[in-house]
Design a protein around this ligand. Structure first.
Ligand SMILES: Nc1ncnc2c1ncn2[C@@H]1O[C@H](COP(=O)(O)OP(=O)(O)OP(=O)(O)O)[C@@H](O)[C@H]1O
Length: 230
């Protein structure tokens, strides 16, 4: 695994709403080595999800560059024709993305979801039961996502992402919809497995306790950040 897992430099993004530009953030930079973790903090609407979308290629930056595993993969001026395939390959193999919801395919069991994700990443799918077991889901392998609780779905989504053995996990409020006790359990499993596997982690969260478990913190609500945007 390369030493620098994820790097971004000078990222800026604005949307157009009602014909008017709406700046979200400007000049955002970050650097994560293998095994490091970063909490993305900021009030609602400060751009946490938007930044995660840039870091996994679902949105393009207006300015700035992104490197994954030492390779420059995204820059503001890149041809849109070249980028989708490159980013899709990274999301298949190197970038494990955990969104707030809609991570699991509803027509597949938890085990089938984990196996599919592992095999798409070129990893052994025979370890699916083990990943589910490590996330505390033994016995639920053959249930469908709508037959388990929200916390169990979040754990299955994490099992799926760890089964990819990615270089980087990007997680958007992975415990946001859970009660405190379940959120703590899911967070414990997330950080334990992150440490074991050595992947880097970027975590968008409103939860200061969860953020405190990350080695680095980036606050998108920092005063002046949006007013810096021209
Ligand atoms: N496709 C879009 N078109 C226009 N504006 C958008 C679009 N997507 C996001 N925005 C705006 O960009 C800003 C940042 O949104 P984003 O979802 O990244 O914030 P967030 O920090 O993740 O919020 P939350 O904590 O509520 O999830 C918001 O003002 C939002 O309304």
């Amino acid at each position: 695994m390369p030493d620098v897992a994820l790097q971004a430099s000078g990222l800026s993004k604005q949307f157009i709403s009602g014909g008017e530009p709406v700046p979200v953030f400007c000049g955002v930079s970050l650097l994560l080595k293998a095994g490091e973790s970063l909490a993305l903090m900021g009030r609602s609407g400060s751009g946490k999800s938007t930044l995660l979308n840039l870091l996994c290629g679902l949105e393009r930056p207006d300015e700035g560059e992104i490197w994954v595993g030492g390779h420059r993969v995204g820059a503001a001026g890149d041809s849109p024709k070249e980028q989708p395939g490159q980013w899709a390959g990274l999301r298949r193999q190197s970038l494990g993305v955990v969104f707030q919801d809609a991570n699991l395919m509803p027509a597949l069991t938890l085990l089938q979801n984990v196996r599919l994700r592992a095999s798409l990443a070129g990893q052994p799918d025979g370890q699916g039961p083990e990943w589910l077991n490590r996330l505390g889901l033994a016995g639920l392998e053959h249930r469908y996502p709508d037959q388990v609780s929200g916390g169990q779905r979040q754990r299955a989504a994490l099992a799926m992402v760890f089964a990819m053995q990615p270089e980087v996990i990007l997680a958007d409020e992975p415990t946001g919809s859970l009660d405190r006790h379940t959120a703590d359990e899911v967070a414990d499993q997330l950080f334990r497995l992150r440490q074991e596997t050595g992947c880097a982690l970027v975590l968008a969260t409103h939860d200061p306790e969860l953020a405190a478990r990350c080695g680095q913190r980036l606050d998108l609500a920092h005063p002046g950040r949006q007013s810096d945007c021209q």
